[in-house]
Ligand binder design. Structure first.
Ligand code: TRP
Length: 323
C-alpha cells in the first residue's frame, strides 16, 4: 500500500525560487510514490491576516498556478483549499476538547509570534491544532516540511497519541520528511523570503530576473573587476551552485579577480532563465484559463473529502458520537 502524504502551505501568492527548490521540486518527485494531498491552508492564513482578505482569492490562485507549473499533476495528487474540506474544521474542534491549553502555549512558534506580532486570538493559539487536523484527517503517515515545522509535527504526534489513548487506536503518528535542499539566498544575501522583499519568482519574466540579479549582493570586498572575490561567501555563487552545472569553473577566475561580478551575474541570469524556461512557459499557458484552475481545486477538494470523511466516520465511531 502506498504511503499517504499531506503537506500544506499558506496562500502567499506567487512562489519564489526558495519555495521551488525547497518544496515544489520534492513534491513533484513524491507524487509518483505516495497518495498525496496538497492543501492550500487559507484558514491558517486568517490566524494572522484576518484583516487583509481582499487579495486572498488571487493569492490562492497564483499559488495553484505555480504548483501546476512546477509539474504537480492534479491526476496524481489532490490540490485543494483547506476551507473547501470542512472535515478539517470538525476534527480541529474535536481535538480542541482533548488538548490542554498548556500544550499549545508551549509550542515555540506561538511563544515567539504572540509577542512579536501581537497575535493573541483563540484561533492563533490553535494554529498547530488545526495543522494536526490537516494531517490526521487524511491519516497521513508522511509530512514533507522544512525544519522549522518539526515542533508542529511533534505536536501532531502528541495529539494523535492522546486521541488513541482515550478512544482507541484510530490515528497514525505521522513522520516529518526532511529532504535536503539547497539554501537559496535572496538578492540581499539573506534567506529568500517574500517578507524580506528579496525574492525571485517563478512568475518573473526573464527581464525582471535579470534586473534583480543585477542588484544582487556579492562579496562586499570585491568592488570592481580585478579585485579578488570569495565565492564561498558570495550569494551569487550560491545560485550558480544550483543553476550553473559548470559552477566550479568560475571559482578560480573569481578568486583571481579576472572574472568581474557584472559578467558573472550575466552568466547566472542565462543559466537561471534557461532552467526556469519550461516552468515559466507552462505557467503562462495555465494562467490563461481561470476556470480550469478553479476546477482543478474543486476536483482536488472532492477527492480530499472522500478520504477525510472516511477518517471522520472512524473518529466519530471511536468517540461514540456516530448517531
Ligand atoms: N504551518 C505550515 C507552514 O507555515 C503550513 C501548514 C498548515 C502545514 N497545515 C499544514 C504544513 C500541514 C504541513 C502539514 O509552513
Amino acid at each position: 500500500m502506498k504511503g499517504v502524504i499531506l503537506s500544506g502551505m499558506q496562500p502567499t501568492g506567487q512562489l519564489h525560487l526558495g519555495n521551488y527548490e525547497g518544496a515544489l521540486k520534492n513534491w513533484v518527485r513524491l507524487q509518483d510514490e505516495y497518495e498525496m494531498y496538497l492543501c492550500i491552508v487559507d484558514w491558517h492564513s486568517l490566524t494572522s491576516d484576518y484583516n487583509d482578505t481582499t487579495g486572498l482569492k488571487e493569492r490562492v490562485k497564483q499559488m495553484a498556478i505555480d504548483y501546476l507549473a512546477a509539474g504537480l499533476d492534479p491526476n496524481k495528487c489532490a490540490i485543494f483549499t483547506q476551507s473547501e474540506v470542512k472535515e478539517h474544521a470538525e476534527l480541529h474542534l474535536l481535538f480542541s476538547m482533548i488538548t490542554p491549553v498548556s500544550w499549545l502555549e508551549r509550542v515555540p512558534s506561538y511563544k515567539e509570534k504572540t509577542v512579536e506580532l501581537g497575535l493573541d486570538s483563540y484561533g492563533f493559539l490553535g494554529y498547530p491544532l488545526l495543522q494536526a487536523a490537516d494531517i490526521l484527517v487524511y491519516k497521513a503517515d508522511t509530512v514533507p516540511v522544512g525544519k522549522d515545522q518539526l515542533p508542529h509535527i511533534e505536536f501532531t504526534r502528541e495529539v494523535a497519541r492522546r486521541f488513541n489513548n482515550i478512544y482507541g487506536k484510530v490515528l497514525p503518528e505521522p513522520e516529518a520528511l526532511l529532504t535536503s535542499s539547497p539554501v537559496v539566498p535572496g538578492i540581499d544575501g539573506r534567506k529568500m523570503s517574500k517578507s524580506y522583499n528579496n525574492d525571485i519568482r517563478i512568475a518573473d519574466s526573464e527581464e525582471v530576473t535579470a534586473a534583480k540579479l543585477k542588484k544582487m549582493f556579492t562579496d562586499p570586498q570585491k568592488l570592481r573587476k580585478g579585485d579578488p572575490g570569495r565565492p564561498e561567501i558570495c550569494p551569487v555563487y550560491d545560485l550558480h551552485r544550483i543553476y550553473n552545472p559548470a559552477h566550479e569553473e568560475i571559482v578560480a577566475p573569481c578568486k583571481s579577480g579576472e572574472l568581474g561580478c557584472v559578467s558573472c551575474k550575466k552568466n547566472l541570469t542565462e543559466y537561471l532563465n534557461q532552467a526556469l524556461a519550461p516552468v515559466r512557459a507552462l505557467r503562462t499557458e495555465i494562467e490563461k484559463d481561470d476556470s480550469k484552475i478553479w476546477n482543478i481545486l474543486k476536483d482536488g477538494a472532492s477527492r480530499a473529502r472522500v478520504k477525510a470523511s472516511q477518517t471522520m466516520a472512524d473518529v466519530r465511531k471511536a468517540m461514540r458520537i456516530d448517531w
